[in-house]
Design a binder for this molecule. Structure first.
Ligand SMILES: CC(C)(COP(=O)(O)OP(=O)(O)OC[C@H]1O[C@@H](n2cnc3c(N)ncnc32)[C@H](O)[C@@H]1OP(=O)(O)O)[C@@H](O)C(=O)NCCC(=O)NCCS
Length: 223
């Protein structure tokens, strides 16, 4: 991670949700020329920016060739009062294993088809080989992967979460979330949070009593 600054503009280069792009964190620019000066100092695009819908920079970024790729809600909930929900019959939930990488990648492609984040990522996403990550669980039936969740612990930030379409509304998402709740408690976390851009995820998290903390726009400049 590096800080880039020019007269009137600065940002920090960070990893992006889209895997491929560079996230321009803490971006500020006092004017379009200052933004152009900063852009001239950046490594090769794509670049990705997250900002509030009323941020003054929005117009300047759109004029500088950035496109909006998602409108997302940041959601959060306290761990207090969470119930444990077992998976439905025939479905097992356990820590993710890299030897599931093939069925995982297939499930990921189908589960995340409606996710604006996945659409911007280059498959493979890297999660298929990421059993070292904290809070990473998969729901399986035999050799098939039906769903997955991964959260940074103890912070409780949910990075990746999906259930394949034909197994939705069976309680698999709820059971996966329960695993993360238990792991977050063990790690002495206090909250869960995440950023969602799909209708199914908004409905799921509302049913799970997450509250919307703020709204974010995600912009990308591809070249
Ligand atoms: C979000 C997601 C993981 C939920 O998985 P799921 O296994 O279907 O969730 P559950 O069956 O445990 O649902 C629990 C409750 O959430 C609510 N819910 C879930 N999906 C819903 C939907 N599409 N519409 C309305 N309510 C919904 C319901 O109250 C449901 O309980 P019910 O079925 O008894 O009514 C799944 O919809 C998904 O993969 N979405 C696309 C990927 C994505 O956007 N991921 C999040 C961002 S990383």
């Amino acid at each position: 991670m590096a800080n880039i600054s020019v007269t009137g503009a600065s940002c920090r280069l960070e990893p992006s949700l889209t895997a491929d792009a560079i996230r321009l964190g803490s971006l500020s620019a006092v004017s379009p020329p200052a933004l152009e000066r900063l852009i001239a100092e950046l490594p090769e695009p794509p670049w990705d920016v997250e900002l509030a819908p009323d941020d003054d920079l929005l117009g300047d970024l759109l004029a500088a060739g950035f496109e909006q790729y998602a409108e997302a809600d940041v959601l959060a909930r306290s761990l207090e009062g969470s119930r444990t929900n077992p998976p439905p019959p025939g479905v097992k939930i356990g820590p993710y294993r890299n030897d599931w990488s093939e069925p995982f990648a297939e499930a990921e492609e189908r589960a995340m088809a409606e996710s604006a984040f996945y659409a911007e990522m280059a498959a493979p996403t890297g999660y298929e080989q990421a059993d070292h990550l904290t809070g990473f669980f998969a729901a399986t039936a035999g050799t098939e992967v039906l769903g997955f969740i991964q959260a940074t612990l103890p912070q409780g930030w949910i990075n990746w979460f999906g259930v394949v379409p034909e197994h939705r509304r069976r309680g698999i998402g709820r059971a996966l979330l329960s695993e993360v709740v238990s792991a977050a408690r063990e790690a002495r976390g206090t909250h869960l949070a995440g950023i969602v851009a799909s209708e199914s995820a908004r409905a799921f998290f509302a049913a799970e009593r997450f509250e919307v903390r703020n709204r974010r726009l995600l912009l990308i400049r591809r070249s």
